[in-house]
Design a protein around this ligand. Structure first.
Ligand code: ARG
Length: 297
């Protein structure tokens, strides 16, 4: 069992924890074998600062093993040399009902990733949909119940939001990000329990209109502090009970425990140098009954 899981299990369980149940998830990850910071497309990236690829791989491996230990399925896509950001698989698409809406990344440095993800999806029984508009996959699209929360302001465009709404026939709520440090929606909102519509968010990352929408729709949301937001606290992954989050998001961990979640801290500091965290390294594959030989019912 991984050290992180061990620590988490030894934590005192919150009184209302029994009302929470973990849901089985299927994730797509990419080992950061070619991870380095050679260009800067977000404020976190500093190409002059050396990165330690072996350390990135070791930290990533811990996250991977934790998902497996928690009973989730983890699929792997082969990393491509020269595409160091491929480790952030959340930008590899938006997968709902076994259909993958492919990304069209804003920056040319990441343009090559779309073909690699498209191949993986096709080879694994998912239908793929070519996008007409700039979008960065699940980095900017989060499914909460039957609603898709969609981020814009830095990467994905409002036109891509409309495309997603038509494609998946779901309500899409556009939210505008205003802080360059949190350029993707998955750095400013965490989906804690999609089925129950429970989220956490960082108010200061949004413009006033979007904040008002979030307050109205999610009055019981966990409001995360700027301090925890700045350490990528919102860039966490929840299965409805366990919440895997950055080690340094202390207050958020306490807020989660209070609500009956079980926070499991991990350290992904090396990957933070590329401007991505736990959720960025994790793409959810919805419609997992799909397989190359047809539905597995
Ligand atoms: N270096 C990558 C970029 O700037 C990091 C992507 C982070 N991904 C995410 N889902 N937030 O595009």
């Amino acid at each position: 069992m991984s050290a992180a899981l061990d620590t988490a299990i030894s934590h005192v369980t919150a009184p209302d924890a029994e009302r929470r149940t973990p849901h089985h998830r299927r994730f797509l990850m990419c080992r950061p074998d070619h991870f380095e910071v050679t260009y800067a497309i977000n404020p976190w990236m500093q190409p002059d600062r050396p990165t330690d690829t072996a350390r990135a791989v070791a930290q990533w491996q811990e996250l991977h093993d934790l998902y497996v230990a928690l009973g989730h399925d983890v699929e792997l896509i082969e990393p491509v040399r020269g595409l160091p950001d491929m480790v952030y698989t959340a930008n590899g698409g938006l997968v709902v009902d076994g259909r993958a809406y492919l990304p069209r990344c804003l920056y040319p440095e990441r343009a090559g990733e779309a073909a690699a993800f498209a191949d993986w999806f096709r080879g694994n029984g998912y239908d793929t949909v070519e996008p007409t508009h700039v979008n960065e996959g699940e980095g900017d699209f989060l499914l909460v119940g039957d609603t898709i929360l969609a981020g814009t302001g830095f990467r994905s465009t409002p036109e891509s939001h409309r495309e997603v709404a038509e494609l998946f026939e779901r309500e899409v709520v556009s939210l505008t990000l205003i802080d360059a440090r949190f350029y993707h929606l998955d750095m400013a909102i965490a989906v804690l329990d999609s089925e129950r519509g429970e989220i956490a968010y960082l108010p200061s990352a949004f413009d006033a209109a979007s904040r008002a929408v979030l307050e109205e729709r999610y009055p019981d949301a966990i409001v995360v502090s700027d301090e925890d937001g700045a350490v990528f606290g919102l860039n966490c992954v929840s299965d409805g009970y366990h919440v895997i989050l950055p080690r340094s998001a202390h207050e958020f961990a306490r807020q989660l425990r209070e609500r009956g979640f079980q926070p499991i801290p991990v350290d992904l500091s090396e990957l933070l140098l590329g401007g991505g965290g736990i959720k960025c390294c994790t793409l959810e594959l919805r419609g997992s009954e799909v397989s190359p030989s047809g539905p597995r019912v």
